[in-house]
Design a protein around this ligand. Structure first.
Ligand code: PAF
Length: 282
């Protein structure tokens, strides 16, 4: 497994991996890798002969009040996990490599980046779109694999790739969950033991609301009731919203079909995100 930190070496290494028409799949990450990331690597392998993982804690996607310095980092542990996962190349640029002095170009996305995380974290998706565009350019990957856990991020990346005619396929991989239903996330490491025990209640309430709506309950009141139950349990819910899966526009009332339920709730100072498909009956 090659570990690369400078751009010229990356270009040479990816040219080697792509020689003879071999396909390259990229898994973009910010490190602190968990089982969910390793499943993305395995999925990448199903789409390409060579697999690259990027590890870069992207300052551009953190707001001024978000603690970039506290984002979990574990370089040695990450590299060990990737060796075991059969990754071919790890791209670990420093901040100066990714954003050299004088860098002045960003990718601004409308549509799916508006609302939800885009409202809670202004400039977050500008940072995500900019770094992903750079990672796609730098690696020349044929495919990039993203977890569906960050559903809005996945739709934003799909939008950018489509709007800028980028020659890369975007693959979404279903959310990987702990046995108790909590979605894997690097941020889970910051939950206290009490918060960790409570955290799966978010997914449980989502599943119950989806089952109620599938059984004919009106979405608005069903989601309101779930929000009240989450508050009573000790969460500070931000949103629980039924949306059109690709655009993230509100799901039109009284419409049957396959919607997406998006959720964000704080437990202590950890913001938990989750989402699930929600089938609405005719
Ligand atoms: O999901 C993440 O880990 C990050 O937002 C990403 C896609 C690697 C961009 O920095």
């Amino acid at each position: 497994m090659q570990v690369i930190r400078d751009l010229a070496a990356l270009r040479a290494a990816t040219a080697g991996l792509r020689a003879g028409g071999r396909r390259l799949a990229l898994v973009p990450t910010m490190g602190a890798l968990h089982r969910g990331h390793l499943e993305l690597v395995a999925e990448a392998r199903r789409h390409a002969e060579a697999v690259a993982v990027s590890i870069f804690v992207n300052p551009l996607q953190f707001g001024p009040n978000e603690d970039l310095a506290r984002y979990p980092r574990d370089e040695a542990g990450d590299l060990e996990k990737l060796r075991g996962a059969g990754c071919d190349l790890v791209w670990m640029p420093g901040v100066e490599t990714m954003y050299p002095p004088g860098a002045a170009t960003v990718i601004e996305v409308g549509g799916p980046s508006e609302g939800f995380e885009g409202a809670a974290r202004p400039s977050h998706f500008r940072g995500v779109a900019t770094v992903c565009t750079k990672l796609f350019q730098q690696t020349g990957a044929d495919t990039a694999v993203f977890g569906e856990k960050d559903w809005q991020q996945l739709q934003v990346v799909r939008r950018v790739v489509s709007d800028l005619d980028m020659p890369i396929g975007i693959v979404g991989y279903p959310t990987v969950r702990e046995e108790d239903g909590l979605a894997f996330s690097s941020r889970n490491a910051r939950l206290s033991p009490g918060e960790r025990a409570l955290a799966p209640v978010l997914a449980r309430e989502m599943r119950e609301a989806i089952a109620a709506m599938a059984g004919g309950a009106v979405p608005g009141p069903a989601l309101e009731a779930a929000i009240l139950r989450l508050r009573a349990a000790g969460f500070a819910p931000d949103y629980l919203a039924l949306v059109e899966p690709g655009t993230l526009r509100p799901w039109p009332e009284d419409t049957p079909g396959q919607a997406r339920l998006l959720a964000a709730a704080r437990l202590g100072d950890v913001r938990l995100l989750d989402n699930m498909p929600a089938g609405l009956p005719g």
